[in-house]
Design a protein around this ligand. Sequence first.
Ligand code: GDP
Ligand code: MG
Length: 439
Amino acid sequence: LGSSLRGTLDKLRGKSRLSEEDIEEIVKEIQRSLLSADVDVSLVMELSDNIKDRALEEEPPAGTPARDFVLRIVYEELVDLIGESTELPLEEQTILLAGLQGSGKTTSAAKMAWWFSTKGLRPAVIQTDTFRPGAYDQAAEMAERAEVDFYGNPDNDDPVDIARKGLEETSDADVHIVDTAGRHALEDDLIDEIEQIEDVVEPDTSLLVLDAAIGQGAKDQAQQFDESIGIDGVVITKLDGTAKGGGALTAVDQTDSSIAFLGTGEEVQDVERFEPDGFISRLLGMGDLSQLAERVERAMEQTEMEEEDWDPEDMLQGQFTLNDMQKQMEAMNNMGPLDQVMDMIPGLGGGIKDQLPDDAMDVTQERMRTFTVIMDSMTEAEKEYPKAIGASQIRRIARGSGTEEEQVRELLQQYKMMERTMKQFQGMGSEQEMQRMMQ
Ligand code: GDP
Ligand code: MG
């Protein structure tokens, strides 16, 4: 199936404009791939409508092949639906696992503990399953293989009491992962039990563990567990099999959460922190979304850059993006206004900044705050290629950030102005040339 999507896409390679029929064909192939990956029908329909609308409405930026542009829309809409991975700070925390029997909770508890241990933390697994015979032995053995702390008590038949004692007994650990019992089906006593455990444990994060092969059943489970303990994220197990895990997206959508981990085998090391790009490639059945991967990689590099200190000289190299603008605005908080920042760039004397339009300097604190809020509702790709932001995205961004469309447009105006200014500087070439010009 993936190959027919690829076939369709290959056929469109090199076209600078896609017809409505081309877009229909792509969307049909994507629908087919997603449905065969167990993604819920209504989700697929919603997604394909969004893709179609955007592909028809938005203009690819100059020089971008239409096919790449559509792929980017597909990717963005899927990321929008699937989300980034569930936030899990590398610090002290308690995680509660919920799910039906056989979904992979006990295995995932040990895997996650192992994963946290590779990050330099000290995890402990607490096994509260008193329902399934052998649950204690299985959990103890897996914790040993993961080389992490463990607590359980096969002689105690009160899971709530085990949870309480477990937290006390493993107080030397900083990450507590509480494994719970499942049942064959959702039952009231299972829900009662996990609610009581939740009361005692007070988890920072509650994760729903789902078998990748789960189909329509995901919705009910997600809803029930979400109502009883609140689900913050999903773990998808058994992705080493043939199932692609699309059913879990229903749970993500239903609980308004995200995916935290992927299980890819029976060993404690067979665990991955969820990354949208790999998962999306798998969902679409396309192993080498090279165009997309490239973009994703760039977006990821951008994220890494954001974490580093901002260097005014970076601005003079390469493309000026919204991320740069945001960094520049943040830097202004610390360094003072743009004209002073300009003074810090070697080779830029007083002369040039007099040529700046007055408005380029007009970044008041209040505007900055609004801009930051708006940018938080943009995707990484939008921040990188602000020029591709069209009317429908402006609408979405305004809605997502609780601002007016007018304010989003204002931000894009500001960006255009700053970008033009930066281009002026870039056009001046090397530092030496700049200095020569200034003499
Ligand atoms: P629990 O009942 O929810 O605690 O589920 P378990 O952790 O006991 O897992 C049920 C079965 O699924 C066990 O045989 C596990 O070895 C297997 N299992 C769990 N996760 C994975 C996985 O990611 N890949 C594979 N192949 N098997 C898994
Ligand atoms: Mg278990």
